[in-house]
Design a protein around this ligand. Structure first.
Ligand SMILES: [Zn+2]
Length: 274
């Protein structure tokens, strides 16, 4: 699933060309991506609105349309793209949401397996949604103390704590693995047992890795594409995720892979992550 760097890349790519554009009409091929809104309500609501802003919150792209916000959570096979020409058949096939802009271009939410979701929130709904998500790791206000306060309360494994969107925004399996490897912390340790020093190291690693991933336009393992349809480049920088069985870049020990922590793959070095 696209994490913070991937959604940030999509949003940065789309934003300049969408600001202040109006949506003249919208079409939806499947309603199963909708959460808490019906197809007629969404389509009626979208038509005639102006895109005031496009930004990211956690792993979601948010379209500020004035009274309402369209929140897109791209699933593993989801992408947001703008076309200045009619869609080819293969492109149209998975275009779940199609919004026609006032300059004739098409804003598309494409999702092959339709595991992404679309939310349609009013001011109150947005406030509730926003309040349920933890702090943003790339904001200036995100300090080691904020990370400690957010994640350090839980007795869950630190890796689970990092990936819990209610505690911290935007981090999923790839970047949790990478940050814990960089900070030399065993992913299975209870989050409330880490020292202040370790939270400082983890904070430094998280921010540095997320920034580098954004600079590299995210990680493309399979389906993820940027807002311009390109592959990300951060997959070539990964030191832990996807490297189980390969030597640790620090000590040469064979990296271990386990599903024991949260049923997702955790890759770590027995020797230098303690
Ligand atoms: Zn090692």
């Amino acid at each position: 699933m696209p994490e913070l760097p991937e959604v940030e890349t999509i949003v940065r790519d789309l934003r300049p060309s969408l600001l202040e554009r109006s949506i003249t009409r919208a079409e939806l091929t499947h309603s199963d991506v909708l959460r808490g809104v019906s197809r007629p309500t969404l389509l009626r609501g979208l038509a005639g609105t102006t895109i005031r802003d496009v930004f990211r919150r956690a792993k979601h792209a948010v379209f500020d349309l004035g009274a309402r916000r369209l929140v897109v959570q791209p699933g593993m096979t989801g992408s947001l793209l703008v076309f200045d020409r009619p869609l080819r058949d293969d492109e149209a096939k998975y275009a779940v949401l199609r919004a026609t802009l006032d300059d004739g271009r098409l804003l598309i939410y494409r999702d092959v397996r339709r595991i992404g979701t679309l939310l349609w929130l009013d001011t109150k709904g947005w406030a509730r949604y926003d309040a349920a998500i933890g702090p943003e790791p790339l904001e200036d206000a995100f300090t080691p103390e904020v990370l400690l306060r957010a994640v350090g309360r839980t007795r869950q494994a630190i890796k689970k704590g990092l990936m819990d969107q209610r505690l911290l925004a935007g981090v999923g399996n790839i970047y949790a693995n990478e940050a814990l490897f960089a900070a030399r912390i065993d992913p299975s340790r209870p989050a409330n047992r880490l020292s202040v020093e370790e939270y400082r190291a983890l904070h430094e690693a998280l921010v540095r890795i997320l920034q580098a991933a954004v600079a590299n336009q995210g990680t493309t393992l399979r389906d993820y594409r940027t807002g311009t349809g390109e592959r990300g480049q951060f997959q070539f920088e990964l030191l832990a995720y996807g490297r189980e069985g390969q030597p640790c870049v620090r000590c040469g020990t064979r990296l271990a892979g386990t599903h024991a922590i949260d049923a997702r793959i955790t890759v770590f070095c027995h020797r230098c992550q303690v």
